[in-house]
Structures are given as C-alpha cells and as structure tokens.
Design a binder for this molecule. Structure first.
Ligand code: APR
Length: 253
C-alpha cells in the first residue's frame, strides 16, 4: 500500500548502513527466468535442482555445460531494468551501501552497481573443474544450444580437464571470503532491503535473518509471501521494476 511505501522510503532515507540483498526475482522482468516460478523459456523441462549439481556435471558435462551456455546467452540478450538502476542509485545515495546477490547474471553490473557480492558465483567466470584455472568466456556466435542439445565443455588451457561454470552448485560451499563479507555487512547494517528471493536456499537465506537478529530493519519486495515476511518490518507486495524506482523517488526526490 502507499503508506507502506512511504514508511519504507522514510526508513531507507534515514538509514546509515544499507544492505541490498537480491534473488532471481530481481531479473525476472528482464526476461531471465526464476528457479521456482513456473519454468518458462527454453529447457523448461529440465529441473534446475537436478542440473545444478557436481554429480550432474560429472555424469553429463555436455548437458550441464549447454544448460549454462543457454542461461548465459539468455542473460546476454537481456537488459537491466529500472529496478536494477534503482539499486545502483541506492548504492550511490545511501552511505556504506553493500549489494549482495544470489544471482549469477551480470545485470546489476550492467546497471551501474560496482562490486556486488555474488554469493553463488557468476555465469561469466567459468573455470577448470580440476585446476580451477579461470577460462575466458568465449563470446561465440554458435547457435544457442537447443533444448537438450549437448555442447561439450571446452578443455582447460592449462591442464586439459573440462571447464565448468563458475557458479555454486547445490552441495558446494559458497566462496568463503564472499560469504564472510556478506555476513559481516548484514550483521553491521541498520537496514536490509531484500528483493525477489524466496528465502528458501541456505546459507544465502541466512543473510536477512542475520540482519534482523542484529537489530536491522528488514524491508522486503516480492509479489508473493515468503518465509522472510516474518522478519520484514515492511512487505511491499509487487514487482521489483516498479517498486524499487518508486522507493528511491520517495526516499530521495
Ligand atoms: N519482482 C520481485 N520478485 C519477484 C518477481 C518480480 N518481478 N517475480 C518473481 N519474484 C519472486 C518470486 O515470488 C520468488 O519469491 O522472486 C522469487 C524467486 O525465487 P527463486 O526462484 O527461489 O529464486 P532465489 O530465491 O534467488 O533462489 C535462490 O536457489 O536455485 C538456487 O542458486 C539458485 O540463487 C538461486 C537460489
């Protein structure tokens, strides 16, 4: 409701240490499908939970590599929206703002965010599955992997083992320094804005809880209820691309 937006904007405008925490819903209006909504687009019959695992990659490297190639191409075709730009505006206006994202796309960066903490890695940082040597993303023009078509992963330039996507798979540890920096920011902020996450996947989902436990005000933007409703002081039920710009305007214009 309008009063909720005004209340949230007042808190945001007065906050001295802001954390913005985003999930797949942040990219939904850019045409990048979320994980738990009705699967849309190509490859919709593949369940992300089944492909995003080390076991799946070991069993069928070409299928998993192709799925991530499709996702990277989807991101490359997508554009950041006004919500991404509003996040960059908050980082510019709020003192000591930190952006933490679960997303592996580069839409925040393309909208002007400087150094998001990517808790789950990035589609744009493939590395060797054996020696971890970083492998440049080949911006090739080969046709998009049709559903289920297998493109074998490239071989590592250093040790010839298969290259893997630079994302965190189910069952894998999050990058320790990134997680530590995110927990530190959440524990020391006085306002955490969570946008477009179902709050179901740990340890990432711990971040808003850490902020709330340490006395921060939590504001949530999500069209649907989530477990984070319980810790949010204000729940703005609506899409990120509308509500984030409205929040920034109400807080600083
Ligand atoms: N604006 C804001 N939120 C939206 C929008 C929108 N336009 N559209 C959908 N949402 C919300 C949905 O209501 C849902 O709560 O975005 C959330 C998307 O939830 P998930 O698909 O579970 O994405 P996320 O929470 O980021 O998943 C966390 O799980 O699959 C793993 O590693 C993957 O990083 C991902 C993690």
């Amino acid at each position: 409701a309008e009063s909720d937006l005004v209340a949230a904007a007042t808190m945001l405008g007065q906050a001295s240490r802001v954390v913005i925490f985003t999930g797949a819903g942040m990219s939904a209006e850019s045409g990048v499908p979320t994980f738990r909504d009705a699967l849309t687009g190509l490859w919709q019959r593949y369940d992300p939970q089944a492909l995003a695992t080390p076991e799946a990659f070991h069993a069928d490297p070409a299928l998993v590599w192709s799925w991530y190639e499709w996702r990277r191409r989807t991101v490359r075709r997508a554009e950041p929206h006004d919500g991404h730009r509003a996040v960059a505006a908050i980082e510019a206006r709020a003192p000591h703002a930190v952006l933490i994202t679960q997303n592996v796309d580069d839409l925040h960066e393309r909208a002007g965010s400087v150094a998001p903490l990517h808790l789950h890695g990035s589609l744009f940082a493939p590395r060797c599955s054996a020696c971890a040597h970083p492998t440049p993303v080949v911006d090739d023009t080969t046709p998009e992997p049709a559903e289920g078509r297998r493109i074998p992963p490239p071989a590592c330039l250093r040790c010839a083992a298969p290259v893997r996507p630079g994302v965190v798979w189910f069952g894998e540890a999050l990058p320790p320094e990134t997680l530590e920096a995110a927990v530190e920011a959440a524990a020391n902020c006085d306002l955490l804005l969570t946008v477009g996450t179902s709050g179901l996947v740990y340890p990432a989902a711990e971040i808003p809880q850490v902020a709330a436990r340490c006395g921060a005000t939590v504001i949530q933007i999500n069209p649907l209820p989530t477990p984070l409703d319980a810790v949010a002081r204000v729940n703005l039920h609506g899409p990120a691309a509308d509500l984030l710009p409205a929040l920034v305007r109400a807080a600083w214009d």
